[in-house]
Design a protein around this ligand. Structure first.
Ligand code: 6PG
Length: 252
């Protein structure tokens, strides 16, 4: 089942592999459309495990030449409070699966400093860097060309977890906080920054995501406000939701 209106396009693929291929094609199209010598495009990568396959696809020689990577700036939508060489690091994962295979210079990649002693100051610095480097959209906020997002079974996205103040943050564009359910600190984009993007791609696979996926699309029994991912409602961009059948089983 696929469906779309102008601002939201839903694609349901039979398998995780097919969903990943669809997401990879979307990423390539968006980055090609948004990049040029004169205008770099800005992408924010997602963490977790779902994007591994997507990044590996994008790192294949065929994809590498399809995208003008020398004209792309790479940001991160969230990060764990670990050094970048830690196995838990979203930057480290992206570096191994994608960035090390791309024709990009180190200065094009902007890791999120989530392991600093003063996390609040580090989050403010990252926000300042976004404001200085990413062109502003109609609302005067940094407007990334593409933000990749995953979603947890609890409906969190980036590191915006249910029941936390971060979900309601309307002033900061990047925040850091202690996440009770994890027992760890996280740094993350907030919804005002996410919703200012030109494009967002949710890549969601696996049956454990089915309840949250249905809520994301305004279906199923659970009220949408229980699932933070439902707050991704772009101001004037396009939301692509790419799922496999397992994640979409409550959507039909
Ligand atoms: C992270 C991610 C997070 C992720 C979801 C889903 O840092 O973990 O940014 O938001 O997208 O937790 O994770 P999986 O892809 O591993 O299911």
């Amino acid at each position: 089942m696929n469906g779309s209106d102008d601002s939201r396009k839903l694609t349901i693929e039979p398998t995780p592999e097919a969903a990943t291929r669809t997401a990879a094609e979307l990423v390539k199209t968006i980055l090609c459309d948004g990049s040029s010598e004169q205008r770099h495009s800005h992408i924010a990568l997602a963490g977790g495990t779902t994007p591994h396959g997507l990044y590996q696809l994008l790192a294949k020689q065929s994809a590498v030449t399809d995208v003008p990577w020398p004209n792309v700036e790479v940001w991160f939508g969230d990060e764990r409070d670990v050094p970048h060489d830690d196995v838990e690091s979203n930057y480290g994962m992206a570096q191994r699966t994608l960035l090390d295979h791309l024709p990009i210079r180190p200065e094009q990649v902007h890791p999120m400093p989530a392991d600093k002693a003063d996390l609040s100051a580090a989050a403010a610095e990252y926000e300042q860097s976004l404001r200085q480097n990413v062109p502003a959209g109609p609302e005067g906020m940094p407007q990334l060309d593409l933000i990749l997002l995953g979603m947890g079974a609890d409906g969190h996205t980036a590191s915006l977890f249910p029941g936390t103040d971060a979900v309601d943050e309307q002033d900061k564009l990047v925040t850091s906080y202690f996440v009770p359910v994890l027992g760890r600190n996280r740094m993350t984009f907030t919804f005002p920054l996410i919703n200012a993007a030109r494009n967002v791609i949710f890549l969601i696979t696996g049956s454990d995501k089915a309840a949250a996926a249905a809520a994301l699309l305004g279906k199923g029994e659970a009220p949408q406000e229980e699932f933070p991912a439902g707050r991704v409602q772009l101001s004037d961009g396009t939301l692509f939701v790419v799922m496999d059948e397992s994640a979409a089983r409550n959507v039909h």
